[in-house]
Design a protein around this ligand. Structure first.
Ligand code: GLP
Length: 241
């Protein structure tokens, strides 16, 4: 695993954006695995700036997001579909038909998961998967205890994840209790993984990611087994390493 230490959040975002921009320049039809949460927001902003200034084209790019809440229509401001459009997709030239997020409103969630997994395979897999990390070690929405063999599936969110994400909602009650997420094995099939982390509140999770035994009780520990992972994290997040 490669670790890139940055002085702060801005530099973390710049390094991450450069990775994606370089990939898209080398491989214009790249498939990008996207993440939500606060951490990648700065990186998305820089992709937009680069698009405006340098015209890096996303016309042939395909994206697959890690996860989506169950029960939020895609127009809901807290859906990850809305997040991605507001953070990035509305401002670059990617065709809507090449954007993929699970549909959290599909009445048949199991079918939705199977279909999503098939779409990723049919597409030939993911070139670069961006990941954040939950304080409890979750990646995507794969909470502690999720099988390392899991494919895209429905997950019940832990109370701590709902509390952490409640900052975007009016109240904790409004935070969905379930989500569709790429599974651990789906994530592990990505050719390259970039995990972003910023701030002291991620320091313990990063320590465990690198030093824990590889165990389902700490989902991100599986990344020790992936052949091509780069962690881009600021000094505060790496303070225990
Ligand atoms: C959510 C997302 C994860 C993300 C995590 C951390 O639960 N499903 O993909 O990595 O939050 O979010 P943040 O970057 O806001 O700390």
């Amino acid at each position: 695993m490669k670790i890139v230490e940055t002085t702060n959040y801005q530099e973390m975002s710049e390094k991450a954006a450069s990775f994606l921009i370089n990939l898209v320049k080398e491989k214009p039809n790249a498939t990008l695995g996207m993440a939500t949460g606060g951490t990648p927001e700065g990186m998305y902003q820089l992709l937009i700036e680069d698009y405006k200034q340098n015209g890096t084209s996303y016309k042939e790019v395909t994206t697959f997001n890690l996860d989506e809440y169950i029960g939020l229509p895609k127009e809901d401001k807290n859906s990850y579909n809305s997040y991605m459009h507001q953070a990035l997709f509305n401002f670059i030239n990617i065709p809507e038909s090449q954007i993929h997020l699970p549909n959290g409103m599909n009445a048949d969630a199991t079918k939705e998961c199977e279909e999503y997994e098939k779409q990723i395979s049919r597409n030939g897999g993911i070139d670069i998967q961006i990941l954040g990390i939950g304080e409890n070690g979750h990646i995507g929405f794969n909470e502690p205890g999720t099988s390392f063999d899991s494919k895209t599936h429905v997950i019940t969110l832990t109370e701590s994840t709902r509390i952490a994400n409640s900052r975007y909602f009016n109240s904790l009650d409004e935070v969905p209790t379930k989500a569709v997420t790429m599974g651990i094995s789906t994530i592990m099939q990505a050719k390259k993984i970039i995990l972003l982390a910023s701030g002291e509140k991620k320091a313990d999770a990063l320590y465990q990611l690198l030093h824990n035994e590889v165990d389902e009780s700490f989902p991100a520990s599986i990344l020790q087994k992936h052949p091509n992972v780069t962690i881009i994290a600021d000094r505060d997040a790496l303070k225990n390493i």
